[in-house]
Design a protein. Structure first.
Lengths: 114, 115
């Protein structure tokens, strides 16, 4: 069964609003979780590493103030897209900190900003 | 330079036939892992197979096998006896063990299985 869940799976919002996406590790207390972004027909790009109890580590080119990450517990990380604009429309996928041989991904959240 | 290269944007295969999806990688690290994921239209990333850089034998998982050629830095995925449900995007990924949690993904290959 699924080991990582995401909520919501779909969200449509108006430009200028903020959207929160939740990522839960269902079977494991994850000190580290990851957020990816995927544009249509493109690959996954790592946005940030979410660290429980400390600040997230953002990849180069990712705006920290735009994409707020909170990892308040060992099973929950949240990504908030602040003041969303149409160019933020994308597929956002989280994953949990890994064993050696794989990384488990959530089912993803499709964001459409009108 | 790109870490992972998948040169086949799209592939067609007849049902029940085998198909090879190409992947080459670039790293100077001696210890790394190679992965293949399947992404159906639903978007979920499904783990298929893993190959460690020190593994001497090619990894196999059911109908999936990874043709690992270290000197060529290639990690091709072979799907035997293709099924209609195999139609999806396939991503090759690499993780360098010095940065254990960071994955690099290729651009993907869209596989279409024809009945």
């Amino acid at each position: 069964g699924a080991v990582v869940s995401q909520h919501p799976s779909w969200v449509i919002c108006k430009s200028g609003t903020s959207v929160k996406i939740e990522c839960r590790s269902l079977d494991f207390q994850a000190t580290t979780m990851f957020w990816y972004r995927q544009f249509p027909k493109q690959s996954l790009m790592l946005m940030a590493t979410s660290n429980e109890g400390s600040k997230a580590t953002y990849e180069q080119g990712v705006e920290k103030d735009k994409f707020l990450i909170n990892h308040a517990s060992l099973t929950l990380s949240t990504l908030t897209v602040t003041s969303a604009h149409p160019e933020d429309s994308s597929f956002y996928i989280c994953s949990r900190g890994t064993g050696k041989e794989t990384q488990y991904f959530g089912p993803g959240t499709r964001l459409l900003v009108l | 330079a790109q870490k992972i290269t998948q040169t086949q944007p799209g592939m067609f295969v007849q049902e029940k036939e085998a198909v090879t999806l190409d992947c080459t990688y670039d790293t100077s690290d001696q210890s790394y892992g190679l992965f293949w994921y399947k992404q159906p239209s639903s978007g979920e990333m499904i783990f298929l197979i893993y190959q460690g850089s020190y593994d001497e034998q090619n990894a196999t998982e059911g109908r999936y096998s990874l043709n690992f050629q270290k000197a060529r830095k290639s990690a091709n995925l072979v799907i035997s006896a293709s099924q209609l449900g195999d139609s999806a995007m396939y991503f090759c990924a690499m993780r360098e063990d010095y940065n254990f949690n960071k994955f690099y993904f290729g651009s993907g290959t869209k596989l279409n299985v024809k009945p």
